[in-house]
Design a protein around this ligand. Structure first.
Ligand code: FES
Length: 204
């Protein structure tokens, strides 16, 4: 665990009384800081609250909301309830597993997707259903899911492109007051301490 994360966890712990009744809210907070619950964090919680590590581990493994392994940036949930099952949910799950290269409960190596198998999510009329980050995609087919992942990959690439475009800086123009004040910077690579202006969005 990085120092800064460990510090945040310690600060969070200090907000709770040292009692067993704090266990669930403390674990919830630890997970929201770390994204999941590594062994180290569970031991810290046990130590702070003065409860056995086995009790902390027992709670963390009992509730489905807690995760002991790192999660992906996107949560893919494939419904296997009755309505989805009879309308091809099983073949959708197989296609999702093949497309992502992981099984239920696993996360892709690039930490992009975590796959889960869920029971009825209350949208049986749209069966078979897949949820991606809690957004429902109904009447799912293996082909539709493949398209969905391609769109998601394209969006992610576009986000990175925008970030690169935003990092455009320039030496102040020669006729601006800012340049006149710092004429020594003209035509040079911007040194760390030199003043610079943000050009806004510009295609590079
Ligand atoms: S069974 Fe899948 S949404 Fe109800």
């Amino acid at each position: 665990m990085e120092d800064i994360v460990a510090l945040r966890l310690e600060e969070t712990l200090r907000r709770y009384p040292k009692s067993r009744s704090s266990l669930i809210p403390v674990i919830q907070d630890a997970q929201s800081i770390l994204g999941y619950l590594p062994r180290e964090a569970l031991l810290k919680v046990a130590d702070y609250l003065g409860v056995p590590a086995s009790a902390v581990y027992g709670v963390a493994t009992f509730y489905a909301q807690f995760h002991l392994t790192p999660r992906g940036r996107h949560q893919v949930k494939v419904c296997q309830g009755t309505a989805c099952h009879v309308r091809g949910g099983r073949s959708v799950l197989e296609a999702v597993k093949t497309e992502l290269g992981i099984g239920p409960g696993e996360t892709t190596a690039d930490r992009k997707f975590t796959l889960e198998r869920v029971a009825c999510v209350g949208s049986c009329s749209l069966a078979p259903v897949v949820l991606v980050d809690d957004r429902i995609h109904g009447s799912m087919t293996p082909e539709k899911f493949r398209k969905l992942t391609q769109v998601s990959a394209a969006k992610e690439r576009a986000r990175h492109r925008v970030f690169r475009i935003r990092m455009v800086f320039k030496i102040p123009a020669a006729d601006t007051p800012l340049f006149k004040k710092n004429a020594a910077c003209a035509g040079k690579v911007i040194p760390e301490t030199a003043p610079y202006s943000f050009t806004g969005l510009r295609q590079v």
